[in-house]
Design a protein around this ligand. Structure first.
Ligand code: ADP
Ligand code: ASP
Ligand code: MG
Length: 406
């Protein structure tokens, strides 16, 4: 007998019909003689709807209330799953974060999970019943409801799997697994049978929303066996594995993209020690994440320009902060651009092979795609391009690196 966590994403529980179908997936695992704990997202579209209600007010000023509102989507989904399970003769027990409890940090809208009490979950499973746990939510030490960021049910599921020492955590979604790139953009994207935690971490943090980044970190840290699979097709999905289990490292395993990019350039700053910290400390204090950074010198050597990217939602606040610190930083003016996208190629093989970057740049050049900023790390190369070129860029890179082929 195995202990299995089954997580269902929004599209998998988007209608009553789909919820009934999900129950047949749960039933199959129970029939196999296994114990199951279910984690569910809200029905698709529900979280956005709830968020737009909260957005009638200033969210920054109402984070506690906003989290309380958006957490209700999952409450509905788990109750419906429990009802549907009853119809097929299975006994479920819907549970909200506080009932377990799942304790998170006090960071409303993006809390981290600190600990999960396994007692109630295991008691229910050992009685032969099925805990159906609301994803995305927990409580802080003061019993406020906190949520774990968009896509946070993935992290709830992996954290629960780690807490109860599950044999496997199955993440059911609307695609057959993790693909070489978003199958909605490249028609012949190929499903990967396995992917290393390290590569998946890059995929997720560079924009592939199939798994929330934190869920991958958590799986890696606790060595949780995670499978991403479809709730529709019934096919075997993609397994996250430790790097050394992989036979050979792909040069490029896949392509991720993010449309959530904005950049700004501070023009004509007097070049002296301490400029960078004057720019980035106030942003750090405001909890604004800076991604790509480029500093360019000027001809006379006295002045520099500073370009960096932030997520689009942070652009206005970033500009305000820069203006407030204008004299201290000493720039002349700001240029902004919020119609950019980031495309990244990822692969463990890049550690040991050269020439990948040039192949990427010449493929983009062949399609006349202009690169604004480049950044690299050991196993990825990212470029910032115009948003309008994104589909073309992903497609040309996918075929250049022959990702459709095994
Ligand atoms: P869920 O509602 O199940 O949590 P998400 O919408 O969060 O599902 O994530 C699944 C989606 O992720 C897919 O429909 C797909 O469009 C997108 N996606 C982006 N990149 C990839 C990738 N490399 N492999 C698979 N899916 C991807
Ligand atoms: N319902 C939440 C969201 O839409 C959490 C999740 O789906 O994982 O972000
Ligand atoms: Mg998701």
């Amino acid at each position: 007998m195995q202990k299995i966590v089954q997580k269902f994403g929004g599209t998998s529980v988007g209608t009553i019909e789909k919820i009934k179908h999900v129950c047949s997936i749960i039933n199959k695992e129970i029939k196999n003689g296994n114990q199951v704990a279910v984690v569910s997202s809200a029905m698709s579209g529900e979280t956005n709807k709830l968020l737009s209600l909260a957005e009638n007010f200033d969210i920054q000023n109402n984070k506690l209330e906003s989290d309380m509102i958006v957490s209700t989507g999952e409450q509905i989904a788990i109750s419906l799953i429990s009802m549907a399970l009853k119809e097929i003769g299975l006994k479920g027990r819907p549970l909200l974060g506080w009932q377990i409890p799942i304790i998170g940090t006090k960071d409303f809208t993006k809390a981290k999970i600190n600990r999960i009490d396994d007692k109630i979950i295991l008691e229910i499973m050992n009685r032969g019943e099925i805990p159906i746990i609301a994803g995305f939510q927990g409580i802080d030490e003061d019993k406020n409801i906190v949520t774990f960021g968009r896509g946070g049910s993935d992290t709830s599921a992996v954290a629960i799997a780690a807490a109860i020492a599950a044999d496997r955590c199955d993440i059911y979604t609307d695609v057959d697994g993790v693909y070489t790139t978003d199958p909605r953009i490249v028609k012949n994207a190929r499903k990967l049978n396995k992917i290393s935690y390290e590569e998946m971490l890059e995929f997720a943090s560079l924009g592939a929303k199939v798994l929330q980044t934190r869920s991958v970190e958590m799986a890696m840290r606790h060595e949780v066996t995670v499978q991403v699979l479809s709730s529709i097709s019934g096919n075997t999905g993609t397994f996250l594995i430790k790097e050394d289990e992989k036979m050979e490292n792909e040069l490029v395993s896949g392509i991720a993209y993010s449309k959530d990019e904005a950049n700004l350039t501070l023009i004509n700053i007097l070049d002296k020690p301490g400029v960078a910290t004057k720019i980035f400390s106030p942003l750090g204090e405001a909890n604004i994440n800076v991604d790509m950074i480029v500093q360019t010198g000027s001809e006379n050597g006295n002045n520099i320009n500073f370009t960096y990217t932030v997520s689009r939602k942070d652009l206005e606040q970033t500009i305000l902060i820069m203006e407030e610190n204008k004299n201290d930083i000493g720039f002349e003016r700001i240029i902004r651009n919020n119609s950019l996208a980031k495309v990244s190629i990822i692969g463990l093989g890049m550690r040991t092979h050269t020439g990948v970057a040039n192949k990427m740049f010449s493929a983009l050049a062949s399609e006349n795609i202009n690169i604004h900023v480049i950044s690299t790390s050991e196993i990825k190369i990212s470029v910032l391009i115009d948003e309008t070129a994104i589909e073309k860029a992903i497609n040309v890179l996918h075929s250049t690196f022959e990702l459709e082929k095994k």
